[in-house]
Design a protein around this ligand. Sequence first.
Ligand code: CAA
Ligand code: NAP
Length: 246
Amino acid sequence: MSRIALVTGGMGGLGEAICIKMAALGYTVVTTYSPGNKKWEEWLATMKEQGHEFHAYPCDVASYDSAQECIARITKEIGPVDVLVNNAGITRDMTFKKMDKAAWDDVMKTNLDSVFNMTKPVCDGMVERNWGRIINISSVNGQKGAFGQTNYSAAKAGMHGFTKALALEVARKGVTVNTISPGYIGTKMVMAIPQEVLDSKIIPQIPMARLGKPEEVAGLVAYLASEEAAFLTGANIAINGGQHMS
Ligand code: CAA
Ligand code: NAP
């Protein structure tokens, strides 16, 4: 029986590439979409036309109850989750001077609380089955900070603290927990940055002088999910075109 991979936010730029890669490797791929997303059926249909059969469930990853309910449905209808990719995330960029509590809370809940919310209902099962992969999609901006992103950088840095602590707790149980920190990847999240900021402040900081491709990150997710990566845990793997080396 094929392993089940759950990718949160699988209908976004990075998530879609991860879903496609995991399906190509033979995983049963399940994704989540925001309860307000009206385009999920259209997305599933488009994917099907392209030969990809995915399962999709509504889930507000920022809500503990929604996450519990979603995982319970997936477990009952598809099976237990073997690989969890915590990918869903948002930005609410503004300088700290302008940042209000709502912009802070939205980002902390969606990008950091979500990691707890989604991991909590799958982790015990992975431990009991002696196999599991938890892959957290953080960001170069969690490693180095970014102008206009006190909320996002804090949440993304927090994800890696979670990774390291949980990796210790489940290391002897066949479960690995890792963080991927992508640099700027050409998805709608990055396209929301004002073009002049992208051209004058961001691209010049990337030694490869280009944005990354979602498929490049998907390849790394696939590796971390694989058997070959069984000895790799608690790591934060940068994939950023040389923008930040630590
Ligand atoms: N570095 C230094 N100064 C910067 C700057 C930067 N990166 N960006 C803006 N500024 C400066 C401007 O030059 C301007 O300076 P002056 O007042 O001296 O002219 C000042 O900041 C503007 O400040 P404001 O408070 O008026 O801010 P604004 O309304 O113009 O917007 C901003 C500021 C929200 C930060 C906007 O510039 C922006 O969206 N920047 C992009 C932030 C970014 O990189 N986000 C990443 C999104 S992608 C992502 O998050 C994926 C990932 O993980 C990599
Ligand atoms: P994207 O295209 O905007 O996709 C984000 C996804 O997150 C969407 O599918 C969205 O689902 C989902 N999402 C947002 N809020 C949600 C919520 N409350 N509940 C459930 N799902 C929610 O962004 P992306 O570029 O692919 O980013 C994916 C991840 O990579 C994010 O965590 C981001 O921070 C990280 N990242 C991106 C870059 C980059 O340069 N693009 C770099 C580093 C890290 P709906 O559409 O259904 O709302």
